[in-house]
Design a protein around this ligand. Structure first.
Ligand code: DAH
Length: 340
């Protein structure tokens, strides 16, 4: 008898009551007129006289336990039901927050659109690059300082040394190797340099490379293309100036400044009181570079340029700390999309 009581006790505690139907089956099994507890009460007469009193008390306690469990479960189910009734279908829904595009992504798209309109396609290349595409094919001499460990993140891959690309000029080489002139393409992407992170330098940033190769492409074509870009990007009043420079992959080479959009050339702390800001490097593709990629330098000529996306974003949005672009602070990122 004691064993039977224990078993039923466990059953009462373990019975799942998650619905009205569960509650009713609980009632029938443990509290109804044909319940297992009632059966035990009927068996009481078979119990020896001296034990009957004790077992009777235990049976009463068992019935009480079933009743308490029943009452609690019933109350819980009723509460849950009335919560459902409180549901107000006329309440406005929870609004979904709309994300904002990253300022660098906005500037990148704008650059792409400007060049798309004058016939440049978009091409991409890998961020993990080999020496050939990042340096050798671009006419870097073997001991050139840009190959130095200080600038380049090298990765050891077995015997071979590969690197994170230091500029998007590597994509020029890939495009030239894989297509025939005329070529008119821009290559946006992320580049890496082994620099300490500060407001003015970062170990990764973004560039857009441009390449135009055809018969009789001249320096005047380059200058006109860049002037067009500057006016589209910074407004009709923008001016450019070219300063002679040196890159291994172009000859002649130049650096290009745009008139300061912040002070209109009057001089301010952004342009360091010069009225001009450097935005890109460019030049006529060196014949060695064309030949390395199997393009006949006697038949074709071309120009190339490479600009920093962060630099252009700085001018457009006046953000002068490079670290902000990669900190993912929503309060910063939200400012560039109006109306959110
Ligand atoms: N690759 C150069 C840099 O990262 C930028 C550059 C200069 C790209 C001249 C060019 C170019 O295509 O012609 O500083």
């Amino acid at each position: 008898m004691n064993e039977k009581i224990e078993k039923i006790k466990e059953e009462i505690a373990g019975h799942v009551i998650a619905s009205k139907e569960n509650l009713e089956s609980f009632r029938i099994r443990f509290l109804g007129s044909k319940s297992v507890v009632k059966d035990l009460f009927s068996d009481l007469k078979t119990v020896a006289n001296e034990q009957r009193r004790e077992i009777g008390q235990r049976l009463n306690a068992l019935r009480q336990e079933a009743q308490t469990r029943f009452d609690q479960a019933k109350e819980q189910l009723e509460d849950a039901a009335s919560d459902d009734e409180k549901l107000d279908l006329s309440r406005p829904g929870d609004s979904i927050e709309i994300g904002a595009r990253h300022p660098l992504s906005l500037v990148r798209s704008e650059i792409i659109e400007i060049f798309n309109r004058i016939g440049f396609s978009v091409s991409e290349g890998p961020e993990i690059e080999d020496d050939w595409h990042n340096f050798s094919a671009l006419n870097f001499p073997p001991e050139h300082p840009a190959r130095d460990m200080q600038d380049t993140f090298f990765i050891q891959k077995g015997e071979e040394e590969i690197a994170l690309r230091t500029h998007t000029s590597s994509v020029q080489v890939r495009v030239m190797e894989n297509s025939k002139p005329p070529i008119r393409t821009i290559s946006p992407g992320r580049v890496y340099r082994n620099e300490a992170i500060s407001a003015r330098a970062h170990c990764f940033f973004h560039q857009v490379e441009g390449l135009y190769i055809d018969k009789d492409v001249s320096f005047a074509d380059l200058k006109q293309t860049l002037m067009h870009f500057a006016k589209e990007m910074f407004g009709e009043k923008a001016q450019i100036r070219l300063r002679p420079s040196y890159f291994p992959f172009t000859e002649p080479s130049a650096e290009v400044d745009v008139s300061c959009t912040i002070c209109n050339k009057k001089g301010c702390n952004v342009c360091k009181y010069t009225g001009w800001l450097e935005i890109l490097g460019c030049g006529m593709v060196d014949p060695n570079v064309l030949d390395s990629s199997n393009i006949d330098s006697k038949e074709y000529s071309g120009f190339a340029f490479g600009m920093g996306v962060e630099r252009i974003a700085q001018l457009k949005y006046r953000v002068n700390d490079l670290r902000l672009y990669s900190e993912n602070d929503v309060r910063f990122l939200k400012q560039f999309t109006p109306g959110i």
